[in-house]
Design a protein around this ligand. Structure first.
Ligand code: SAH
Length: 245
């Protein structure tokens, strides 16, 4: 049976890709993806055929991968981070209903929340929620409700897609909602370009975050009531007993 791999390539550098993802890509003839991610792969997977589509052509990209598999080629479709987290794994199964002769295998990857957490310290060591601020596919009212509920339940919150040209004030709006339940001193972190050139991290309070601009290459972390700064890192204690001797 023909098979397609749906591969999460991790947040950036080759080193943060899983061994399984690298092995699968090495065995493929053709790799399909969004231009920016494919460019991250080219130097490590020379000799492969790369097929790209611009952003917003996700369904077309999936079909391209199935068409390649039907030709008998070993095909992979790649997503940054993990393909199941705001990626194309679900869409591949939906489009795949039209191609029952092709099997799908998902290869997990390191998602931005985990790559970014490692840069900040240990911000997600307790219960956390991932929320995307993109309202392209989700109504803003739903996003608001989820932000409020997560803040009320004192989850650590990781915000994906925190900004874009059209949505420059969404992070501010999200912070105002969270401030209804979380203290203004809540420890927050921003990580930009995780595992990529220009990686940067900042730790700040929720009040400061409200007035901070971020771009779409950033992931934003909002701590819970116990999150603190230790040695310049953002730490959410899990609750182990520890007293300095
Ligand atoms: N499937 C991806 C998420 C895609 S949504 C994953 O699992 O990581 C795109 C959003 O993810 C971006 O707007 C940003 O918030 C976050 N993101 C993805 N890669 C990132 C990186 N290298 N550095 C910072 N944020 C990243």
């Amino acid at each position: 049976m023909n098979k397609i791999y749906v591969v999460g390539i991790g947040p950036g550098t080759y080193e943060q890709m899983t061994v399984k993802a690298a092995e699968v890509l090495r065995e493929c003839n053709v790799i399909v993806g969004y231009t920016v991610y494919v460019d991250l792969l080219r130097e490590h997977f020379q000799g492969k055929e790369f097929l790209t589509t611009p952003m917003r052509q996700e369904a077309r990209r999936c079909e391209m991968a199935f068409e390649e598999a039907l030709k008998g080629r070993k095909a992979a479709i790649v997503c940054s981070g993990d393909a199941g987290i705001y990626g194309m794994a679900g869409l591949m199964y939906e489009v795949g209903a039209k191609y029952p002769e092709v099997e799908i295998e998902i290869v997990p990857g390191v998602t931005a929340a985990l790559g970014g957490a490692a840069v900040l310290g240990a911000p997600v060591s307790h219960d956390c929620c991932l929320i995307s601020l993109s309202d392209l596919l989700t109504p803003w009212e739903t996003i608001e409700k989820r932000i409020q509920s997560a803040a009320e339940a004192d989850f650590v919150i990781c915000l994906y897609n925190p900004s874009s040209k059209k949505r420059s004030d969404y992070l501010k709006r999200a912070c105002i909602l969270m401030l209804e339940y979380k203290s203004k001193d809540t420890v927050c972190g921003i990580v930009k370009n995780i595992a990529r050139e220009g990686e940067e991290m900042h730790i700040l309070t929720l009040e400061e975050l409200k007035d901070t601009g971020v771009d779409m290459f950033s992931t934003v972390f909002i701590g819970n009531a116990d999150t603190k700064v230790i040695g310049g890192r953002m730490i959410t204690p899990r609750g182990y007993c520890y007293e300095r001797e």
